[in-house]
Design a binder for this molecule. Structure first.
Ligand code: IVH
Length: 682
């Protein structure tokens, strides 16, 4: 049960917070069910914070978090007609014959809109169901959402809920643009919609072509007695209501609706993943009530993900910049959900073993959250008589070095980091990438060309390219050469946190690099820090800390760093605007939830007033600012160490009493060549 909780927490975070799921909804629901079943059987072992008890969370710190007037519930899912039948039977037993409304289940992101006196007041995401993010400015840009209502008879104040989604046409256009700009593609329309809604710039949102269909009204006194009639009213007020809804009076009618849409949905211009069945009459809904998680009066019937059966021809092994080996399946081309599929991902050797995937097998491929589909099952009845278990490679397909597999790692690695071509090229490609040093003109092909000509062995060589030699290379010429050199020159302006990310230290992604930079402020401080000191920075655990010390312990890396330093790259944080020095020399821990500010805002305040943020309570901490529900363990530790604990109000009073110092405003946003580099969620 603990293991299931752990996995579910992990995947919820991937899905809700990072918008990059690793498993399909169906797989997630299966895990959740397994845990629900175990909790039903062994209630004494159920954890009070079990993932089964929450609806999920998509809170981020960039938007104001606001409380929902009515909790935003989720729906119970079912995958089989038998279960659907049982649900209908339960309802009929409790209330007798009822009418149902069948609707499409839109595959986007839920939104709650508040209208006051006929005007859109607020748009809030689901968040954890109790509180969500205020994304009103972004939502206002969605054409199908009325800013003012038409007609009459709407309640003075009510909430209406629906789904914001990205139609396939917008999704395809967006991905085409991203491909042309060399940016990573978005996995599916659902992630694209959720990511777009959390964009910092509503202008960007306006261009993304989102759409919204409303399907639920939340109000103290409903205008009409049934869900159906209320939807019809809402339609008159100007809301977009689905055209594909139907009143059903029997299980058979519901089944027919499901069967029809299971195939007809493929022609819809947007993604759907099931059918929602709701009891029509509000008085019946009230009688049925809700569980902690979902209403009893509604259920979602989820469609089986589309899958195709095809032959596994061969398996390639790709070696990444970190040396990690990823198997990729080559398939007999097959049609799947609108595209032809020729390749599929297989995560690692365990996956091959678990599914017992063999060459020549007929395999099922499915589109999950990722762009590349994956193999989900082998059709054993079609396995050739002479098939043999798959033998995983033992040596690197690129350089022939024997592969290693560290304990606890799912992947095999090629340890030959200095001599293995895809690793060398991969590191350089990572270094020049848009989110890293953003050096224009240096694409994969050019990097390979330079490597083949002996001009580029590592990232430091980029700063010693010979202009004459460069221009003389085939396919390059003077203009491209000048372009590259200009890109290289401009990279000296890239802020320290991105330089740190560019180095490609194992596990140090964009976010970790940011935390490290703001904690240590200089590269030398990071390079000289012990594992314990590194672990004090936010988000840095021992695995990351060890990887960082290993990186700086390597002679070659130290040489590269020195070359980069003399090339003039940013090796420290440029000072931010400091509004006072009230917290000069003070180390502060921000903990818990705060009234009007997000935790990140509180941390920014600490820095603006000259203080330093620490993640963990230790003897080095001067004081703690405690919000709502600060962890009891933290509080105990603080009390034991005798550290002062301030409330939010006390902290604000402390900094507002300080003298304001005038410092020239230094640019806090990254600006290269006068064009702001915008952070995106993807
Ligand atoms: S009704 C209290 N109707 O599915 C019931 N939800 O898995 C509120 N969804 O959070 C939800 N289409 O984001 C409802 N026609 C529909 C829907 C729908 C999509 C989403 C919604 C909800 C999720 C639950």
């Amino acid at each position: 049960m603990r293991e299931l909780e752990r996995q579910l927490d992990y995947h919820s975070h991937k899905y809700y917070v990072e918008n990059s799921p690793e498993i399909s909804d169906r797989e997630f629901d299966m895990l959740l069910r397994e845990l629900q079943d175990l909790e039903a059987r062994y209630p004494e072992h159920a954890d009070e914070n079990s993932p089964t008890k929450r609806v999920g969370s998509d809170l981020t710190s960039e938007f104001q978090s606001v409380e929902h007037r009515y909790a935003m519930q989720s729906l119970s899912n079912t995958y089989s007609s038998e279960e659907l039948g049982e649900w209908i039977d339960r309802i009929t037993k409790e209330i007798g014959e009822v009418e149902f409304v069948c609707e499409l289940k839109f595959d986007g992101t839920a939104i709650s809109l508040t209208y006051e006196n006929g005007a859109l007041k607020r748009a809030v995401t689901r968040g954890d169901g109790r509180r969500g993010d205020d994304v009103t400015n972004n939502v206002r840009t969605i054409g199908s959402i009325p800013l003012r209502l038409r007609g009459e008879g709407y309640p003075t104040m009510f909430e209406i809920r629906g789904e914001i989604y990205m139609p396939y046409a917008s999704f395809d256009r967006l991905n085409a643009e991203r491909e042309a700009a060399g940016e990573p593609l978005l996995a599916n329309p659902r992630n694209a919609a959720a990511g777009t809604l959390k964009q910092q710039s509503s202008q960007v949102v306006a261009h993304r072509g989102l759409d919204c269909t409303l399907y639920h009204i939340a109000v103290d006194e409903p205008i009409k007695a049934t869900h159906w009639d209320n939807l019809m009213e809402a339609k008159k007020w100007g809301f977009k209501i689905s055209e594909h809804i139907k009143l059903c009076r029997s299980r058979q009618e519901i089944e027919e609706f499901i069967a029809y849409w299971d195939s007809a949905r493929k022609a819809l211009p947007y993604a759907t993943d099931g059918i929602v069945i709701k009891v029509n009459r509000y008085s019946d809904q009230r009688t049925l009530g809700s569980t902690a998680k979902a209403p009893r009066w509604a259920v979602a019937y989820k469609f089986q993900a589309e899958r195709a059966l095809t032959k596994l021809l061969s398996v390639d092994f790709q070696v990444g910049r970190t040396g990690a080996v990823t198997p990729v399946a080559n398939l007999e081309p097959v049609q799947l959900a609108g595209t032809v599929v020729k390749r599929a991902s297989i995560h690692n050797a365990d996956q091959i073993e678990a599914l017992d995937i063999r060459l020549g097998d007929m395999v099922y491929v499915e589109k999950g959250g990722e762009i590349i589909p994956k193999i989900t099952e082998v059709e054993l009845s079609e396995r050739p008589a002479d098939s043999k278990p798959f033998e995983y490679i033992t040596h690197c397909p690129e350089c022939g070095t024997e592969l290693v597999r560290d304990e606890g790692e799912a992947k095999h690695f090629c340890p030959n980091s200095k001599g293995c071509k895809p690793q060398i090229i991969g590191r350089i490609v990572h270094f020049v990438g848009r989110k890293a040093m953003d050096i224009e003109g240096l694409g994969v092909e050019t990097i390979e060309l330079l490597w083949e000509n002996g001009m580029l062995h590592n990232i430091a060589d980029i700063y010693h390219l010979d202009p004459m030699l460069l221009a003389s290379l085939p396919r390059l010429g003077e203009r491209s050469a000048a372009n590259i050199l200009e890109g290289v020159r401009l990279s000296a302006e890239v802020p320290f946190e991105r330089v740190l990310f560019s180095l490609g230290i194992r596990y140090v992604g964009e976010t970790t690099a940011k935390y490290l930079a703001s904690h240590f402020r200089t590269l030398d401080a990071i390079a000289n820090a012990t594992i314990e000191e590194l672990s004090e920075a936010e988000e840095v655990g021992s695995k990351i800390a060890v990887a960082i010390t290993e990186y700086f312990a390597e002679e070659d890396n130290r040489k590269i760093i020195e070359t980069l330093r003399s090339a003039g790259l940013q090796f420290e944080v440029k000072d931010k605007v400091q509004t006072s020095n009230a917290l000069e020399g003070k180390s502060v821990v921000i903990s818990g939830k705060f009234e009007g500010r997000s935790r990140d805002d509180m941390k920014a305040l600490v820095e603006e007033h000259g203080g330093r943020n620490l993640a963990a309570v230790s003897a080095n901490v001067d004081f703690i600012v405690a919000g709502e529900n600060m962890g009891p363990a933290k509080r105990q530790k603080a009390e034991k160490l005798g550290i002062t604990i301030l409330s939010e109000a006390e902290f604000l009073a402390l900094i507002s009493s300080a003298e304001v110092i005038e410092t020239p405003h230094t640019e806090s946003e990254t600006v290269i060549d006068n064009k702001p580099v915008q952070g995106t969620l993807f």
